[in-house]
Design a protein around this ligand. Structure first.
Ligand SMILES: O=c1[nH]c(=O)c2[nH]c(=O)[nH]c2[nH]1
Length: 297
């Protein structure tokens, strides 16, 4: 007689990379999504007795992603909400799940200054992300992005910090501040213009980074989140994970040269890692929506 019982579980197909070309006119549109589908519900017997009657194959979940793409992909959030509705309402033993997507952005190639109809280029490294967590009662949507690489060449300092016998870091009144922004934001509604909101949040994050003098990456992170909370009542919470990509001033004095913040050594590791959540004061928390999202505190 075993003492083992089944705990929390979910299953599905990870990283279904679907590219949908909208070609109703000469001017094509591209949606490039990497989708992960995971079902939650009564899968007790699949694990414990080998009865697969309740197991909708991961292969079927993959096929469903492709079949749903035929109807178009207007936004990752909308696409995932459609999958959530399909799986949660389709089988009595499926009572919830988690659907996630990463969207790669394709920009039009310019030919003689004009946007090409069907040739695209990947500019930059930014990736848009979306997660839908659902159950019988509700859906929670988390938008986001990662690998949004930003740098300011001045307007940043780091002084007045705690010093002990191991502290060697000199205070900096003028330094480079650089990071790869990873952020996720939780909506309190599904009544959202997903694409317009994404562009607005991204613009606010960039403005928040650029605008104010930084006394620490922690302060800059908070200001970025604050701008989004104040401008978007439909967003209650943002989580950030941002590496402090250190740029060290190179000592050129052995060569008889001065270096007033002109030549830097861009170190790749170690790096500071600054993570924080910015919340709307008084808004209810939805901790379970964050289950399974790694890399954020
Ligand atoms: O913006 C910063 N925050 C820190 O916590 C920190 N620590 C450090 O060594 N450099 C920096 N910079």
């Amino acid at each position: 007689m075993s003492n083992a019982i089944l705990g929390k579980n979910q299953y599905g197909k990870a990283e279904v990379h679907v590219v949908r070309v909208k070609r109703d006119t000469e001017r094509h549109e591209i949606a490039d999504l990497n989708v992960t589908s995971q079902l939650r519900g009564d899968f007790e017997e699949v694990h414990s007795t080998g009865n697969n009657a309740h197991c909708l194959p991961t292969d079927t979940q993959k096929n469903t992603v492709f079949a749903f793409a035929k109807s178009g992909i207007e936004s990752p959030e909308q696409f995932l909400l459609g999958l959530a509705d399909h799986f949660i309402t389709g089988w009595s033993w499926v009572d919830g799940g988690r659907w996630e997507a990463e969207q790669s952005k394709w920009d039009r190639i310019l030919v003689d200054g004009a946007e090409h109809d069907h040739s695209f280029v990947r500019n930059g490294t930014e990736t848009r992300t979306a997660v839908v967590v659902g159950d019988g009662e509700s859906r929670t949507v988390i938008g986001g992005l990662h690998s949004l690489t930003v740098l300011k060449s001045t307007g940043s300092e780091f002084v007045g910090y705690e010093k002990d016998k191991y502290t060697t870091l000199p205070e900096a009144t003028d330094r480079i501040l650089a990071t790869d922004v990873a952020a996720r934001w939780r909506f309190n509604t599904t009544d959202v213009d997903w694409n317009a909101t994404y562009e607005s949040v991204k613009a606010l994050l960039l403005e928040g980074f650029a605008e104010k003098h930084s006394t620490a990456l922690q302060q800059t992170l908070f200001q970025m989140g604050e701008k989004v909370i104040d401008a978007h009542p439909e967003i209650d919470e943002l989580k950030f994970s941002m590496p402090n990509k250190h740029h060290f001033v190179v000592d050129l004095s052995p060569f008889g040269l001065d270096n007033p913040n002109e030549v830097f050594y861009a170190a790749d590791r170690p790096y500071g890692l600054i993570e924080a959540t910015v919340l709307r004061d008084g808004a209810p928390m939805v901790e379970k929506a964050w289950d399974g999202i790694a890399g954020f505190c």
